[in-house]
Design a protein around this ligand. Structure first.
Ligand SMILES: [Ca+2]
Ligand SMILES: [Ca+2]
Length: 460
């Protein structure tokens, strides 16, 4: 074959089709019984080769096509795009259809194809001379079959797995996304935040919706997604069309929006008869962590308890629920889904968005609250001359100073009781304001009423 001087740029894609795709009339060059003349040299074979090309597979590969004298006539690298094609279906010249069979991803083959398995005695006008032997340096990037399903391989499963992901659960996971040749195309780790999504409802590609089913919290698995369950022939962003995607995922947590909290009591003292209820003032210690064990916060480390009035909105709803009907000395673990915790937003720098939280709690002290709706109660009988007693200077008007002094004296002597856990001055001021109907800063005898004398409860 005569050397050809070729100074022009590689052919554009339409010509590529002429070169590598065989139309119906060109196909008969196969089947001449001269397959032995096809020479295949395996130049580089990867250590790991879980799968090899079979007839009928779809492959993506790079190649450089040269004539025997080394002159390049075509290269996929020049187009910065792999060549994508079904193998063994007559879409390629016969020699290439045969040469690709048995290849591993990342394998490199050097192939010499005789003209009878390429473009024969006719060649391709202006590109391939008649009777040309063609050389191809081939690197296989990708392989799948239209019969492929999602493949799942678990390589770490936590010892305890009380529940696995089901359809409609909401999951947070980390992942590295690579192509079959190992090239990384995306990673949640690089963004330093989990990927969060509902499962089985089409929010993610079909292959991930399927591949995440049945996974445990803390599990690590590889999910291999063929393109028909991924981004298809079109691809998306930096994912080329017809690419197999490999996701190495680590599930951080999941929950279902219908989940409530879960309470596990680890220890109860012998006398566990006084149980916490709404309005009680509680002092407790806690460790807060994520389901994967990451510690977020600990009052034990701070050396002082956390103190709240139960049912007063001082903690997230899940925590309020988790502290109910608990006795002093009891230890329990409360698991709180995000909709009863810190929600989708989380707490900046402290709690990730949509995180399930684990609280290990010990109740140290309980001060019984007042009946619901009361901020102050009398322990015994109420004096019949209450207004006169409060109006110390006897001028018929009670000022805040008189009122405050009187209430505190009642509490100090054990005759009255303020709701525990709140700012006493604030309670007293609210009580006074409630009695001062016309808001002039003084309470008159007419304004003054006992709480129980009214349908609408006030404070005294
Ligand atoms: Ca007065
Ligand atoms: Ca008044």
């Amino acid at each position: 074959m005569a050397p050809r001087a070729r100074g022009r740029r590689p052919p554009p894609p339409p010509l590529l089709l002429l070169l590598l795709w065989v139309t119906g009339q060109a196909a008969p060059v196969a089947g001449l019984g001269l397959d032995a003349e096809l020479q295949v040299e395996r130049r580089s074979v990867p250590d790991e080769c879980p799968r090899t090309v079979r007839s009928g597979d779809f492959v993506r590969y790079h190649y450089v096509g040269t004539f025997p004298d080394g002159q390049k006539f075509d290269s996929s690298y020049d187009r910065d795009s792999t060549f994508n094609v079904f193998v063994g279906k007559g879409q390629l010249i016969a020699g290439m259809d045969q040469a690709l069979v048995g290849m591993c991803v990342n394998e490199r083959r050097f192939v010499k194809i005789p003209p009878k398995l390429a473009y024969g005695s006719e060649g391709v006008s202006g590109v391939i001379p008649p009777d040309s032997v063609l050389h191809f340096d081939v690197l296989l990037m990708d392989i799948w079959n239209s019969d492929d399903q999602v493949q799942v391989h678990t390589y770490f499963k936590p010892p305890s797995c009380p529940r696995t992901i089901q359809v409609s659960d909401f999951v947070r996971y980390h992942y590295n996304g690579t192509f079959l040749d190992g090239t990384l195309f995306d990673s949640s780790y690089s963004r330093n935040r989990t990927f969060d999504t509902y499962i089985g409802q089409g929010y993610v590609i079909a292959g991930m919706d399927e591949g995440l089913l049945g996974v445990c919290i803390g599990e690590k698995r590889r999910i291999v997604v063929p393109p028909h369950l991924g981004y298809g022939e079109e691809g998306r962003g930096n994912i080329p069309g017809s690419a197999v995607l490999v996701f190495d995922i680590h599930v951080i947590d999941f929950h279902n929006p219908s989940d409530s909290i879960s309470i596990t009591s680890h220890y109860k003292p012998p006398d566990c008869s006084v149980l916490s209820k709404k309005g009680d003032y509680l002092k407790y210690h806690y460790n807060a962590s994520l389901l994967d064990g990451t510690l977020l916060d600990s009052t034990w480390n701070l050396g002082k308890t956390y103190n709240i009035v139960l049912g007063s909105g001082q903690v997230v709803l899940g925590m309020d629920m988790g502290l109910r009907e608990m006795c002093v000395g009891e230890k329990r673990t409360v698991i709180i889904p995000p909709h009863l915790g810190y929600g989708e937003a989380g707490v900046d720098g402290e709690v990730p968005g949509s995180a399930v939280l684990v609280f290990d709690i010990e109740l140290l002290e309980l001060v019984a609250g007042l009946p619901e709706g009361y901020m102050f109660i009398w322990n015994g009988e109420v004096s019949p001359n209450l207004f006169e007693e409060i109006d110390k200077d006897g001028n018929g008007e009670v000022l805040l100073e008189e009122f405050s002094e009187y209430i505190h004296a009642q509490v100090a002597s054990g005759k009255g009781k303020l709701a525990p856990g709140f700012d006493a001055e604030m309670i007293v001021k609210n009580m006074f304001t409630n009695q001062d109907r016309n808001g002039d800063g003084k309470v008159t005898a007419e304004e003054f009423k006992l709480k129980d004398q009214e349908a609408k409860h006030d404070e005294l």
